[in-house]
Structures are given as C-alpha cells and as structure tokens.
Design a protein around this ligand. Structure first.
Ligand code: GAR
Length: 219
C-alpha cells in the first residue's frame, strides 16, 4: 500500500474525495497525513474526522520561501510519502522542493492548462471569452502550473455562468472526478514521469487524457 500525503490550504473538497476513494480502495493508497499552510483550513477538520494525522506549517513563520519549503518538506517526509497530492494548496514552491518530489507529486489546477495558469482562473476564462473551461491534473515541476499534463476535463460555458458558477462547475463536474482517477493511476504505477514527459499505461501522453474519453469508455 502506498503512502499518500495531501497538501491543502482551504476547503478540502478535493481532499474529501481522496479520503473517500482511499477508504473504498479505488485509490490503492493510505493517506498518511494532511499538511496545511493555514491553521484555519477546513480540510484539516475533514482529515481529523477521518482519523488522518494533520500538520500545520504556517508560511508566515518563515523568513523566505526556501525556509518555508524546507520546513514543509520535513513535515511531509516524517510520513514517508510515496505520493504527494496538492489539493488546493495555494503556495508557490521552490525548485529544490519540486525536485525532491519529482515524479511523485501531482497538482490539480482549475483551468484547461496551458490556458490560465496562476490565480483567478474562472474570471480569466470569462474575460477571455472562452467557449470551454475545466480543470487539469499535472505533474509538479519547477514550472508554475506548467508540469506535464496528465488528465483534463472540460465543459461548455453557459451564457449565465459567472466566476462563482464556474468554480462550482469546475469542482463538481470535473475536479472531483479527475483527481481521484489520476492518483489511482499514479498509485498503481500506471502513470509515471519520464525524461520526455508523462506516460500512461506504457505510452507517452502526447496529449493529456480526457474525462470525456474515460466516460465514453464506460458508456
Ligand atoms: C480547487 O478548485 C483547486 O483546483 C484550486 O483550489 C480549489 C481548492 O478547493 N487550486 C488552485 O487554485 C491551485 N493554484 P478545495 O480545497 O475545496 O479542494
């Protein structure tokens, strides 16, 4: 059984899905710890309720990103992670940190990368007049929101969508489905990071896998 450590900063709805999938065995891993940079993150409460150890590493306590990342890595490594999942973790990570977890760490981002990296992605999709929006799972590398893409899910914008409805649609229509799937692949060894990018089921992912294709396979 693989050890998974989950990093959060807030609500923890993605974390909740991971807790449930690990408990059900659909992700073959145990969540060894949940680590937050904020003591008031509601996701910590979800972890405690599930009996999962928690750690808080407040970023404000450290004089530099390097010092914070060193403390964060120490907290994570106490739990001997095979896998690391950033689930709404809102800190930019240093190259040393990302190198330490290279190939073991995934992030979920609320846009169809490479469109709209960074913050306020829903407003950005609206401002750009995008016809589609969604979310992406990618390997964590030095490039902010720029590591090799693994799995994306997209939906068409509706005329009445605003930033709030888009945030909700991204979460319920896409993120809660694609993140457990990507982590299940990584935990099973079906997904890996190689020198030329992400590989899934023994083949290079020249384009990311899509939620549409996965759902079509089960129709
Ligand atoms: C999710 O939409 C996630 O994609 C996003 O924050 C939300 C966290 O929600 N992550 C980022 O913006 C990372 N830069 P949650 O805490 O309820 O899972």
């Amino acid at each position: 059984m693989k050890n998974l450590v989950v990093l959060i900063s807030g609500q923890g709805r993605n974390l909740q899905a991971l807790i449930e999938h690990c408990a059900a065995g659909t992700i073959p891993a145990r969540i060894a710890a949940v680590v937050s940079n904020r003591a008031d993150a509601y996701g910590l409460e979800r972890a405690r309720r599930a009996g999962i150890p928690t750690e808080v590493v407040p970023h404000g306590d450290y004089p530099s990103r390097e010092a914070f990342d060193a403390a964060l890595a120490a907290a994570i490594d106490r739990h001997a992670p095979d896998l690391l999942a950033m689930a709404g973790f809102m800190r930019i990570l240093t190259p040393g940190f990302t190198r330490h977890y290279l190939g073991r760490a995934l992030n979920i981002h609320p846009s169809l990368l490479p469109r709209h990296p960074g913050l306020r992605t829903h407003a950005a999709a609206l401002a750009a007049g995008d016809a589609e929006h969604g979310a992406s799972v990618h390997f964590v590398t030095e490039a902010l929101d720029g590591g090799p893409l693994v799995l994306q899910g997209a939906f068409k914008l509706r005329p009445e969508d605003d930033a709030a409805t888009l945030a909700e649609r991204v979460m319920t229509e896409v993120e809660l489905k694609i993140y457990p799937q990507a982590l299940a692949w990584l935990a099973r060894g079906d997904l890996s990071l190689r020198a030329d990018g992400a590989w899934l089921h023994g083949r290079p992912l020249t384009t990311p896998a899509t939620l549409d294709a996965l759902e079509a396979a089960f129709r």
